[in-house]
Design a protein around this ligand. Structure first.
Ligand code: SF4
Length: 118
């Protein structure tokens, strides 16, 4: 009898257990959201020009410093910021690149894999 009354009082619509579940859910959702927000704002490490992949692709953080004798098709208007592989926003100074997963390239940079963003 007591258990039935307790269940009715505490687990029915709007009961104590429902409120606790809702409260726990909201607290946990807020915690997860905070962690995700921190993760998203965490800056990516910059690609080092001496990195093996960067060297192989001729990556330079400043497109003006690209060796034009080595890359005669390079144009100073070709920038990471307007490359199809660039994952940052147009106004970002740096952003991810699909060729350098988890690291950031300079928006003013360039590499030989540059492809114009559509
Ligand atoms: Fe920059 Fe594009 Fe090369 Fe990535 S693929 S480093 S965004 S030019």
């Amino acid at each position: 009898m007591f258990i039935r009354q307790w269940n009715t009082a505490n687990q029915g619509e709007g009961g104590f257990m429902k409120r606790i579940d809702r409260r726990s859910f909201i607290v946990r959702a807020a915690a997860v959201t905070s962690v995700l927000a921190l993760t998203n704002t965490k800056a990516l490490a910059d690609v080092d020009e001496s990195d093996a992949v960067a060297v192989a692709l001729g990556y330079k953080a400043d497109s003006k410093k690209v060796d034009s004798s080595k890359y005669p098709n390079h144009d100073v208007a070709q920038l990471c910021g307007n490359c199809k592989q660039f994952q940052g926003k147009a106004a970002d100074r740096s952003g991810g690149c699909s060729l350098f997963g988890g690291r950031a390239v300079a928006a003013a940079g360039w590499c030989s894999a540059w492809v114009k963003k559509a």
